[in-house]
Design a protein around this ligand. Structure first.
Ligand code: IDP
Ligand code: MG
Length: 138
C-alpha cells in the first residue's frame, strides 16, 4: 500500500471552540504524520474551488458563509490509507448522529443549521486530496 496524503481542515467552529489541538492530536495519535499546518482565513474563491462539487445544492451558500465566518486550520497528513483512516476518525457527516468515539460524534452536534457545523473536512479520494492540497497549499 502506497503512502497517501490527505487534506484536513479544522472548520471555523472547531477553531472558535479551541478544539484544534484536540482534533489534531487524535490524528497524530492514530499514527499519521503531520506534514504541513497553517491557520488561514479562507476566501470565497478558495471555497468555491474546494466545494465545487456542491455548487447549486441547497446547503452550498450557507456552507460557504459558515466557512468564511472565522479562521480555518489546514493540515496535510500522510500515511498508509490516511484518506479513509481520517474519514473514519472524523465520523459521518451529521454530527448529531456521528458515532461516539469519532471527532464529529464526540465534539459536534446540531447548533441550528442542521449538519453544517461538523468541525472537520477530510478529502474523500486520492484525486480529491491532490486537488484540495493544491487549493489550500499552492
Ligand atoms: P463530508 O464533509 O462528510 O464529506 P459532504 O457531503 O462532502 O460531507 O458535505 C460537505 C459539507 O457540507 C459537510 O461537511 C457539511 O459541513 C455540509 N453539509 C453537508 N450536507 C449538508 C446539509 O444537508 N445541510 C447543511 N450542511 C451540509
Ligand atoms: Mg465531502
Amino acid at each position: 500500500m502506497s503512502t497517501e496524503r490527505t487534506l484536513v481542515l479544522v472548520k471555523p467552529d472547531g477553531v472558535k471552540r479551541q478544539l484544534t489541538g484536540s482534533i489534531l492530536a487524535r490524528v497524530e495519535a492514530k499514527g499519521y504524520r503531520l506534514a504541513e499546518l497553517k491557520q488561514v482565513t479562507a476566501t470565497r474563491e478558495i471555497l468555491e474551488a474546494h466545494y465545487a462539487e456542491h455548487a447549486g445544492k441547497p446547503f452550498y451558500e450557507p456552507l460557504v458563509d459558515f466557512m468564511l465566518s472565522g479562521p480555518v486550520v489546514a493540515a496535510i497528513f500522510e500515511g498508509e490509507r490516511v484518506i479513509e483512516g481520517f474519514r473514519s476518525l472524523a465520523g459521518t457527516t451529521d454530527p448529531t448522529t456521528a458515532a461516539p468515539g469519532t471527532i464529529r460524534g464526540d465534539f459536534g452536534r446540531d447548533w441550528g443549521e442542521k449538519v453544517q457545523q461538523n468541525l472537520v473536512h477530510g478529502s474523500d479520494s486520492v484525486d480529491s486530496a491532490e486537488r484540495e492540497i493544491g487549493i489550500w497549499f499552492s
